[in-house]
Design a protein around this ligand. Structure first.
Ligand code: ATP
Length: 341
């Protein structure tokens, strides 16, 4: 496999700046996830790497070779799309063999057989090779779609929300499998999604993207614990981070310049009233089995935190709030780093 480097890539459609000055290196064997909302420029970034779109500015290198103006066919990329695009009249075996049978590749049939069988084993669909592609479950179809990329040995795999059409249980299963396969193959993958759980569970590094701009690139832990700004902080975490204007907690000592507190559930503990100065009111308790989501009202703002399911709490009850090392943001939403606290 190879590394992929994007240098100051920009792409505009009319007056939409789909990708702005994007710099990104996906190292050999790395699993990089671009995480962003709809319209952030994720698909465009992938299409630029494949050569399906031409950048207005910047350059793209694959394995040290500049490919910016090369046609898609010579870039040595395998692409997995959101919608599985199988050939319905072919068997699973022939769907998997298809990319290797292209006249340009001329792979001999015995080698095709070997690659197809290895891939089917990796994806746990060996028993389905003779099935028509239409006689499969949704999860199996998506495995075949991923398998059509895996039978090849490209420089990089690009994946555009390949799990988003599956139900939650299958998505969770395939997430684990995709990560296992990536580690087994040592594959280089650039994967785009709007699903924070996929990003957190599979990525070696996450790039948070918004309005065509890469806001931060780092390990899942860095992104979660040290977000560069309030937007990045809001992209990761469930329940999502709470934001509280600093003026609502005049009794708390804050770093200079703090305008907003970012309070994740682990930064907010609640307890019985016992003389503490921050008091909120329980609005609603959601019972999720192993934990409770407690929705609280504090000076007209709603906050959510987690509580032990055995902690007795009733709607309307007043509770003390304890803040444990929340995040601090300035007026522009930039994080005030820990060193300055
Ligand atoms: P989604 O998650 O919805 O697929 P995305 O992050 O992949 O979104 P893109 O598809 O890359 O976003 O689109 C980025 C922006 O560029 C959007 O505003 C979109 O409308 C615009 N765009 C993308 N392709 C074209 C095109 N061919 N012509 C005009 N505008 C386009």
């Amino acid at each position: 496999m190879a590394d992929v480097i994007l240098r100051n890539i920009s792409k505009r459609f009319g007056n939409v700046e789909a990708v702005r000055d994007l710099c990104l290196a996906v190292n050999d064997g790395e699993f990089v996830v671009l995480l962003g909302p709809s319209g952030a420029g994720k698909t465009t970034a992938l299409r630029l790497i494949t050569g399906l779109e031409q950048p207005d500015a910047g350059s793209i290198l694959i394995g040290g070779r500049e490919v910016t103006h090369d046609p898609p066919g010579v870039r040595d990329i395998a692409f997995v799309f959101q919608q599985y695009s199988l050939y319905p009249h072919l068997t699973v075996y022939d769907n998997l063999a298809f990319p290797l049978r292209s006249p340009a590749r001329r792979v001999p049939e015995p080698l095709i057989k070997k690659r197809v069988e290895q891939t089917a084993e990796l994806l746990h669909i060996s028993g389905k090779l003779r099935n028509p592609a239409t006689r499969l479950s949704g999860g199996e179809m998506q495995r075949v779609a991923i398998g059509r990329a895996l039978v090849r040995d490209p420089a990089i795999y690009l994946m555009d929300e390949p799990l988003s059409s599956l139900d939650a249980k299958l998505r969770a299963e395939l997430r684990l499998e995709l990560k296992r396969i990536q580690l087994e193959l040592g594959a280089t993958i650039l994967y785009v999604t709007h699903d924070q759980v996929e990003a957190m569970t599979m990525a070696s590094r996450i790039g948070v993207i918004r309005d065509g701009r890469l806001l931060q690139l780092g390990s899942p832990r860095e992104i979660y614990e040290n977000p560069a700004d309030s937007y990045v902080a809001s992209r990761i975490g469930a329940p999502p981070i709470n934001f509280l204007p600093a003026r609502l907690v005049p009794e708390v000592v804050l770093p200079a310049g703090t305008e907003m507190l970012g309070i994740r559930t682990e930064h907010l503990q609640i307890g019985k009233r016992n003389g503490g100065r921050l008091v909120g009111r329980v609005h609603r308790v959601e019972h999720l089995g192993e934990q409770n989501h407690v929705h609280l009202e504090y000076k007209g703002k709603m906050l959510v935190t987690l509580a032990d399911p055995h902690q007795p709490l009733d709607a309307g009850e007043d509770v003390e709030l304890h803040l444990l090392h929340p995040l601090y943001f300035d007026a522009a939403g930039r994080r005030i780093p820990a060193a300055m606290r």
